[in-house]
Design a protein around this ligand. Structure first.
Ligand code: GLN
Length: 480
């Protein structure tokens, strides 16, 4: 972890015991935003006044002897694709630049009840489409560890906010890797929950069958603290899992003796030039470290895993092309007038969407069009089913799987200008979005230019308690 900043766990202990005021904590974070965010650009909107007012309320609760909640006084940043009542929610798109939602996302409500203090809304690749935050309509976010490089994406602002000490925790959304990859590139822990474990109500949709909200944190313990607040059934999200979910704090620190760990050959990067050698080595070292800690580690093969990338870049754009049809100049956001309705819609969408969003809409529309549907969308769905079967079969014999999170460490701006090179960045993260399974990225070692590497732990549906347990074990033995 970054030793410069207090953990959320510490902040909660201090604030709820009255040792430190929540106002003091939030002021410290707002001061860092004021001095450094001009360069980093983690935020689209900073909600300083509301944050101070909320922190003062938390302090009053503590003073009056009331229970201030499990995240008491923790400054938190929200990706700007989660609805916040009265605070603009832009998706880093011109089309929603001025849009102010009339309601809160469920996660926002849960955080408020838990005593967290929202400090602002963070930058992202427009509509969460990208892996570097270079696709934001409002300009890129810089990686606080090296400002000449990207923080990853699409939740790059949320990752940078935590890495720069602007917020102690943040939320991102992960459709194909957008929490785990920026976590890896910024030296943080990032969690993609089981599909349906955390409510999507109020998350602006990119690809609804893949999107999940999850946290960024400095430590596995901090990620577990917020995860328990976020997870749970929400009747407002029809895909929300109804069955109760076990706390992920319970098994933190429990020994991993005898745990069966599979190293996914197809995702290991071995013999693959697109992977940075230090990344391949770090994942191998992580496997060995788990073995030394008592786990039974073996190589496993999941042949369909490599097809995930192609299937994803059919399914995600297909769903996006449908979800983004609602931005028509009538119901939401930007409107450019024209001589008739069709011309008005065309002008609004042409002006409102950036290049990558337009590319996805066109790809998706094509994949769904009559005559091509079976060859593209249908085939991608068959790959998805095959992947679910192959992963489920492997999980009969293994508790968790291991792979690198991203093929490389944080890269320089403009280094992956060709879309296919950029898309390849998601090769290791995409499978768990397609299968719906959870995954965590944990910092493990350093690569090129001394930048952090992330190792990914994958598990079957609702295996979060196990994933957090293994993540904590890995954090314990990670080279520092
Ligand atoms: N980089 C991937 C994409 O561009 C994933 C994005 C995400 O998870 N939101 O689609």
């Amino acid at each position: 972890m970054n030793q410069r900043f207090a953990t959320a766990t510490n902040i909660v202990a201090e604030v709820s015991s009255g040792a430190r005021s929540a106002v003091d904590v939030v002021d410290e974070h707002l001061a860092r935003i004021a001095t450094d965010d001009g360069e980093i650009h983690a935020f689209n909107t900073v909600t300083a006044d509301a944050a101070r007012a909320r922190a003062a309320e938390i302090d009053e609760l503590v003073a009056s002897g009331s229970e201030p909640g499990p995240l008491a006084g923790v400054p938190i940043a929200l990706k700007d694709n989660m609805c916040t009542r009265g605070v603009r929610t832009t998706c880093s798109s011109k089309i929603l630049e001025e849009w102010v939602p009339p309601y809160n996302a469920t996660v926002v409500e849960r955080l408020a009840e838990a005593g967290a203090v929202v400090v602002g809304k963070t930058n992202l690749d427009e509509f969460a489409m990208g892996s570097s935050t270079e696709n934001s309509a409002f300009g890129p976010t810089r990686n606080p560890l090296d400002t000449g490089r990207v923080p990853g994406g699409s939740s790059g602002g949320s990752a940078a906010a935590v890495a720069a000490g602007f917020a102690s925790l943040s939320l991102g959304s992960d459709t194909g890797g957008s929490i785990r990859q920026p976590a890896a590139l910024c030296g943080l822990v990032g969690v993609k929950p089981t599909y349906g474990a955390v409510s999507r109500y109020g998350l602006i949709a990119f690809a609804s069958s893949l999107d999940q909200i999850g946290p960024f944190a400095h430590t596995v313990g901090d990620a577990a603290l917020i995860y328990d607040v976020l997870a749970g059934h929400d009747p407002r999200d029809s895909t929300s899992i109804v069955q109760p979910q076990a706390s992920v704090l319970t098994d933190l620190g429990a020994p991993i003796d005898g745990l069966r760990v599979g190293v996914v050959k197809e995702l290991s990067g071995q013999g693959n030039e697109a992977f940075e050698p230090a990344v391949v080595q770090a994942a191998a070292d992580a496997a060995e470290a788990l073995a030394s800690a008592g786990a039974k580690v073996e190589d496993v093969s999941i042949p369909s895993a490599v097809a995930g990338l192609s299937a994803y870049y059919m399914i995600a754009p297909a769903e996006a092309s449908s979800n983004l049809a609602r931005y028509d100049g009538v119901r939401y956001g930007l409107r450019h007038d024209g001589p008739n309705t069709a011309a008005m819609m065309r002008a609004s969408r042409t002006a409102g969407f950036g290049d990558e969003v337009k590319r996805r809409i066109m790809l998706g529309t094509y994949a769904l069009s009559a005559g091509y549907y079976d060859a593209f969308y249908g085939k991608a769905q068959r790959i998805r089913t095959l992947m679910i079967q192959e992963f489920d079969e492997i999980y009969q014999n293994y508790d968790v799987l291991l792979s690198p999170t991203s093929p490389c460490v944080a890269f320089e701006f403009g280094a992956k200008a060709d879309p296919l090179t950029m898309y390849y960045n998601d090769v290791c993260t995409i499978p768990s979005n397609l299968t719906g399974h959870p995954a965590i990225s944990v910092p493990f070692g350093l690569g090129q230019a001394g930048l952090p590497i992330g190792v990914q732990i994958l598990g079957p549906m609702l295996s979060e308690p196990r994933l957090f347990q293994v993540a904590a074990a890995l954090e314990e033995v990670a080279p520092r």
